[in-house]
Design a protein around this ligand. Sequence first.
Ligand code: ARG
Length: 265
Amino acid sequence: MPRRFLMCPPEHFAVEYAINPWMDPAAGADRAVAIRQWEGLKAAYESLGHEVSLIEPIEGLPDMVFAANGALVVGGRVYGARFAFPQRAAEGPAYLRWFAERGYPTLEPEHVNEGEGDFLTMDEIVLAGTGFRTRVAAHHEAQEFLGRPVISLRLVDPRFYHLDTALFPLDGRNVAYYPGAFSEGSREVLRRLFPDAVLATADDAAVLGLNAVSDGVNVVINAEAGDLQLELKRRGYEVIPVDLSELRKAGGGPKCCTLEIRGEN
Ligand code: ARG
């Protein structure tokens, strides 16, 4: 089943401020390497038959490559992002404009939320992270706008500041996650909702192995997440490892670079 993804070339990518523990402006990042790695990710999607659209990168927005944060698109409706930090604030309107210009119904959000960084869509429900970036009020706002039940999950480890750094949907019904990223109550919620989930190790979480993209058959995942790849293969998934080490210096991986455009259903 082909997917539609929106991506943003890392033409202006840099690590020049620190808004998460992965970012070290003194160490910086190599943009040329990041561009090459990002091209590899895009090529991986295309080779799987997925359609990749591009948004024009904007100078002065070094994190705009992380398209997942730009919006949440479910049923062809676009819930806009409102970033927690001023360094990324201009990205919200830029992504929303991309969709508005293409005729999508959009909602400019009232509450702080970082798009698919903190909202992950399953068949019947949307899982939503809070604790570092997205506010619970935005979970309610998204639920009202999209007409889908939104389940709030609390993140407690600053390395896993977005839900998509700690959990990814394997398909519409099951997920993989790192339990250590969640509060005790949220771990219990995850256990009840997904008794058959894939549980990732601390080591695989620490290379952003949970920041993966699955189409239900193929899983595009950071190459360094070894145990997680073995477990996914054992469960019958096709594993496509990618190297995004340079983008990880900003705290991002494959999923962060990928905004899924979910059509009407
Ligand atoms: N440097 C970016 C930030 O801290 C990384 C965003 C990663 N995106 C994601 N979907 N987790 O906002």
